[in-house]
Ligand binder design. Structure first.
Ligand code: ADP
Ligand code: MN
Ligand code: MN
Ligand code: MN
Length: 334
């Protein structure tokens, strides 16, 4: 009898930042991945005396690490009465996407992350620091970039899985990298980003390297790690005023967004290192010191998308894309 392997992936209840978990289900060929369960008392999602939680498959893709029949399965976590678990941020995201479907929201997310070898950023000297920032961003050469082999393996795996990765680059701090997912709708881009994160950690195992989404992995004069979130409504893709309106709509909701853009966000949004201060909201053309940037080519073309630069690398994309959709489309509908 032939079988295939389905890696069931879900988001746990760890605080303040949720973690990924996964386990394998062996399924008979020809059968679909079905509802499954897990021990919620081991993931901060249930008490020990009522430990069962439900996994509901919501997105599948080829598993680039196993055989050609094997798949990765993203899940929503439900309680045993089949309602979204309190830790389930996807269900709400899907609901808001549907509510504003006429806007046809697209998101492209730039996921920054940092590679570590034990407690040390990869390639950093064991006593002291590398040369100051300046030459590392999009650099080349073994004195400039660290971990290229892992990064290439990750990109290849994402493409084989069919994820909509649109690019990768080395970042400003040595051992820091970025990949971009999208553009795609709020729920789809978030499903793909979570899977891409899972693949990053998983492929890191093969290299003995850990990837972290910590927003400020090294204190001092080193860049933090963000998740710039680019977005457009269909109106923004057609003309310029809706792009300005979207940037304006985010202003009165600044505090709400900051509070939900990833833990320890104030460590990163200092007003230095290409960030705007967490205390104030601003937007501008080409301005990498603003909360929201209007790319220069969008100003030139008088249409396109804008970039919310505030989200931390450790943000939950289901939360961030839901909030932006709610704020921007809600204001446009008034
Ligand atoms: P940066 O110059 O800020 O580093 P990147 O090239 O890393 O920009 O990322 C730009 C992101 O914007 C990509 O993920 C891309 O898919 C996304 N993007 C492009 N056009 C749109 C659009 N119309 N709506 C939403 N996202 C978009
Ligand atoms: Mn980028
Ligand atoms: Mn970047
Ligand atoms: Mn950016």
């Amino acid at each position: 009898m032939s079988v295939y392997r389905a890696e069931y992936i879900w988001i746990d209840g760890s605080l303040p930042t949720n973690k990924l978990r996964s386990k394998t289900k062996v399924i008979k060929s020809g059968e679909e991945p079905s509802i499954w369960g897990f021990d919620g008392s081991s993931t901060n999602q249930a008490p020990g005396d009522e430990s069962d939680c439900v996994l509901k498959p919501v997105f599948t893709c080829p598993d680039p690490l196993r055989g050609p029949e094997d798949i990765l399965v993203m899940n929503e976590v439900l309680t045993t009465d089949m309602k979204p678990h309190p830790s389930n941020t996807r269900a709400k995201c899907a609901r808001v996407e549907k509510k504003y479907s006429e806007f046809d929201m697209w998101f492209g997310i730039e996921q920054e992350y940092t590679l570590f070898n034990g407690v040390q950023p990869l390639g950093w000297p064991s006593n002291g620091f590398p040369a100051p920032q300046g030459g590392y961003y999009c650099g080349v050469g073994s004195d400039e970039v660290f971990g290229r082999e892992l990064i290439e393996d990750h990109l290849e795996a994402c493409l084989e899985a069919g994820l909509e990765i649109s690019g990768i680059n080395a970042e400003v701090m040595p051992a820091q990298w970025e990949f971009q997912v999208g553009p795609a709708g709020p729920t789809a881009v978030s499903d793909q980003l979570w899977i891409a994160r899972w693949l990053l950690y998983r492929i890191g195992e093969e290299h003995g390297i850990t990837a972290t989404l910590a927003p400020k992995p090294v204190k001092g004069d080193w860049n933090g790690a963000g998740a710039h979130t680019n977005f457009s409504t269909k109106h923004m893709r057609e003309s310029y005023q809706p792009c300005i309106d979207a940037a304006e709509a985010l202003a009165p909701k600044h505090k709400l967004h900051i509070e939900n853009y990833g833990s320890d966000i104030r460590d990163r949004l200092t007003g230095q290192h290409e960030t705007a201060s967490a205390d104030s909201y601003s937007y501008g053309v080409s301005d990498r010191g603003a909360s929201v940037r209007i790319p220069w080519q969008v100003a030139r073309d008088q249409k396109g998308y804008i970039e919310d630069r505030r989200p931390n690398a450790n943000m939950d994309p289901y939360v961030v894309t839901r909030l932006i959709t709610d704020t921007v489309c809600g204001a446009a509908k008034k």
